[in-house]
Design a protein. Structure first.
Length: 168
């Protein structure tokens, strides 16, 4: 008995997808607006958490390792996650901070003023499951909010806003 041509074509297509999975699936790019707070910091590490809105709404967190900011510094590593819904399924997207820059936007400001930084991160090993082959980037502004307390300048809060783009 001969199979109809349509069934043969479908079987051949399925075999090709199994043999060459990269050809059958293209990366999808998602863009979110993110905002949040720096919840812990040292001279070479910042830890952030917040909310994402857009294509992958949810909650995110990141640890960013960097050289001492004097007044700017290179990013040396870190990690991130985004708890979201992807295709109707609760998903945890994870990845690494590959490199980037933290650049002071008002380095010549004097006195106890807020400090503004441009933050650019390259994201690698982005994964929404077993395969960590995705990429991404973050571009945003970090604000160190400062005030004088008994004649001493104190950073009392730090906020971050920006754009997160992920290709999965």
């Amino acid at each position: 008995m001969r199979l109809p041509r349509l069934i043969v074509a479908a079987l051949l297509g399925a075999v090709l997808v199994l043999m060459f999975p990269g050809v059958a699936t293209a990366a999808t790019t998602y863009t979110d607006s993110v905002s949040g707070y720096e919840v812990y910091a040292t001279s070479t590490r910042g830890t952030f958490t917040g909310r994402a809105t857009g294509a992958l709404p949810g909650y995110w967190g990141a640890t960013v390792d960097h050289k001492v900011l004097s007044p700017s510094g290179d990013v040396t590593g870190g990690s991130f996650y985004l708890a979201t819904s992807l295709n109707g399924t609760a998903t945890l997207i994870t990845g690494r901070v590959g490199d980037g820059e933290v650049t002071r936007l008002n380095p010549s400001a004097t006195g106890c003023v807020n400090q503004y930084y441009d933050v650019n991160l390259v994201l690698t090993h982005v994964s929404a499951g077993a395969t960590a082959s995705g990429t991404g980037e973050f571009d945003g502004t970090l604000t160190h909010r400062r005030t004088s307390v008994f004649g001493r300048c104190v950073t009392y809060a730090a906020t971050i806003t920006g754009s997160l783009t992920l290709s999965l």
